[in-house]
Design a protein around this ligand. Structure first.
Ligand code: SF4
Length: 592
């Protein structure tokens, strides 16, 4: 039934597997085989896709599956203590399912709720502002088998926390204004406005949007696509969540006018799996737009203007934020980045010309359609026009969304959000820049500190290495495993940082980190692996004391503690003879 509802299309595989899992709580082999048969795919392919995404389970899980967000900002808010408390109340360990199959508790990387954590997901739906009292109530609800629809609404409340608005968030936008504007101006004039605006991709890469749209428009082929990347998975980023929650019409208009400019009839929103709570409202918004003639066939009565939008829900794979991996996922495959060129503008979704832009970029394009390119370009700096949404979290009094003209200094942002005692910030997520206080005068723009929007504050009470270790673990978890420098490099880097963090590191380990980081930057296949060493390399320069004070005085100590491993064997076998020790010193220590 589910497969039929999705038209028997293999491109819908991820969505089909999500729905099957909703029914069964996990994906047993028989279910995967049945899906494979009905889609005409090999069972191995379907099983491989199911195993790739962390929100798809090929082992049994509880009917209530609770995943704590384990980003560094959740840790700063005390999530580990709450996680242990909940596991204790249910009588299970982290990552375990209770014997009666009712509940399982685990962790996930980041749920995009850094401004209202500690946060978690229950069966994919967001829980915010967790504390012991809330967890006690959750235990009662789970043990009483109360359906999620009957849980207190405030447990799921997600507030937008818009603290500073500028041209994007602050100016009124009349529904349909951008679609009418592109009809009035025509595609060429719209492109001219985009050129004048200087708009660049707001996901962080900063590619000129007009150039991307033009390349796709000029690419040969009748069938073209528009894809909105709403898969912001960078820990510390949640601005797209707010845009999709409060400004969905603006985003959909940006996509629609892009469709008009490049000649596409179909658009997709790839929505981050963690934002599942938005899905129903977004589908209702799309339906309303169809009913009011702003989407679908003959938009605003023009028979040549046909464009519709479908929403595709991700399933917990950070690498799918990379545009070619996102396209693979949209096609129902593993989200492994493609070799480029060719680029999506000529060979994108189903190998057709495709524009992939970030949520914020489409929202800005809609405003430009209405207000004009020069209006937009009057804000910002020479190379970074317009404004940027920042997601503020960590040690500050007012976490939330701040919109600034490009060029604002780090210092100004810290003052506005009430970060009184910052020792450093992590900009643009773990893959971005680790910035110490001596650099707070730097500007946020493509000429200086480029960012997709994440801005995490660490005050002087924090140990910077706690954050760096969390980031290295994040990359181990999120590496898709396709290429060796990333698959092995992220694990080696995590082990080296852990070694130093736990007081076993030497100066040689710091050198190893630098060498390994440089190799990863050049040898990894995609941006994830290439940027994974950034927090380590940056912090070695910006916070050398965080490493130095933990170093042992010895010149070298292996990351693997052979004597500790042998001790386990000695205990198992009951041996204490000299042959069971590495050397005389260990023997003497062991005898004490
Ligand atoms: Fe996958 Fe990492 Fe290689 Fe990218 S760099 S393809 S994420 S293994």
């Amino acid at each position: 039934d589910i497969v039929r509802r999705h038209g028997g299309l293999s491109t819908r595989l991820l969505q089909i597997l999500r729905e099957v899992q909703d029914h069964l709580t996990w994906l047993p082999s028989e279910a995967l085989e049945q899906v494979a048969e009905e889609l005409g795919l090999s069972p191995d392919k379907v099983r491989g896709v199911a195993k790739f995404y962390s929100f798809l389970y090929t082992d049994p899980r509880g009917s209530y599956d609770i995943l704590f967000s384990d980003n560094i900002t959740d840790r700063m808010l005390g999530n580990r203590e709450l996680l242990h408390y909940l596991c204790e109340r249910f009588g299970i360990g982290i990552g375990e399912t209770r014997a009666d199959g009712v509940v399982s508790v685990g962790t996930t990387s980041c749920t995009g709720m850094c401004d209202q954590g500690p946060a978690a997901l229950v069966n994919g739906y967001t829980l915010t502002r967790l504390d012991r009292a809330r967890l006690d109530r959750i235990v009662e609800l789970v043990n009483g088998r109360i359906p999620l629809e009957q849980w207190p609404r405030e447990f799921f409340e997600v507030t937008s926390n818009i603290r500073r608005a500028d041209i994007l968030l602050g100016r009124h936008f009349a529904d349909g204004a951008a679609v009418r504007a592109v009809l009035r101006r025509g595609p060429e004039a719209m492109l001219d406005e985009l050129v004048k605006s200087g708009l660049r991709g707001q996901g962080g890469a900063g590619y000129k949007s007009a150039a991307k749209w033009m390349a796709c428009r000029n690419a040969p082929g009748e069938v073209k696509y528009v894809v909105c990347n709403a898969d912001e998975g960078e820990p510390g980023t949640f601005k797209d969540r707010v845009l999709m929650q409060d400004f969905a019409d603006l985003v959909f208009e940006g996509m629609t006018l892009c469709g008009r400019v490049i000649g596409a009839r179909q658009g997709f929103v790839y929505l981050r799996g963690e934002y599942r709570y938005l899905l129903k409202a977004l589908r209702e918004t799309l339906q309303r737009r169809r009913e009011t003639g702003l989407l679908g066939e003959a938009i605003l009565g023009d028979p040549s203007f046909n464009f519709d939008i479908d929403i595709h829900l991700g399933a917990g794979a950070y690498v799918c934020g990379e545009e070619s991996a996102l396209i693979e996922s949209l096609e129902g495959k593993h989200g492994v980045p493609r070799i480029r060129p060719p680029f999506p503008t000529t060979h994108g979704y189903l190998n057709r010309p495709t524009v992939v832009n970030n949520v914020e970029t489409f929202a800005a394009a809609a405003k430009i359609a209405v207000e004009g390119g020069e209006w937009f370009a009057s804000r910002g700096t020479a190379e970074s026009k317009g404004t940027k949404l920042l997601s503020l979290s960590g040690d500050c009094e007012r976490p939330g969304i701040y919109e600034y003209p490009f060029g604002v200094t780090v210092q100004r942002v810290l003052e506005d959000c009430g970060a009184r005692d910052a020792q450093g910030i992590q900009m643009a997520g773990p893959a971005g820049h680790t910035v110490s206080a001596k650099q707070f005068g730097r500007r946020i723009c493509f000429e200086d500190l480029a960012t997709g929007g994440s801005f995490m504050v660490f005050d002087r009470s924090r140990d910077i290495l706690d954050g760096i270790r969390n980031f290295t673990q994040f990359f181990v978890h999120e590496s898709c495993g396709f290429c060796t420098p990333c698959r092995v490099g992220t694990s080696l880097m995590r082990d080296l940082v852990t070694k130093v963090h736990t007081g076993h590191g030497t100066r040689q380990d710091l050198e190893e980190m630098r060498k390994l980081g440089r190799i990863m930057q050049v040898a990894c296949h995609c941006g994830l692996g290439q940027t994974a060493p950034n927090p380590v390399l940056d912090s070695l320069d910006e916070f050398p004391e965080a490493y130095e004070r933990r170093l042992r005085s010895t010149a070298y100590e292996p990351a693997f503690d052979l004597n500790a491993a042998l001790e386990e064997a000695r205990q198992l076998t009951g041996r204490r003879d000299p042959g069971a020790y590495l050397n005389e010193r260990d023997l003497l220590l062991g005898a004490m």
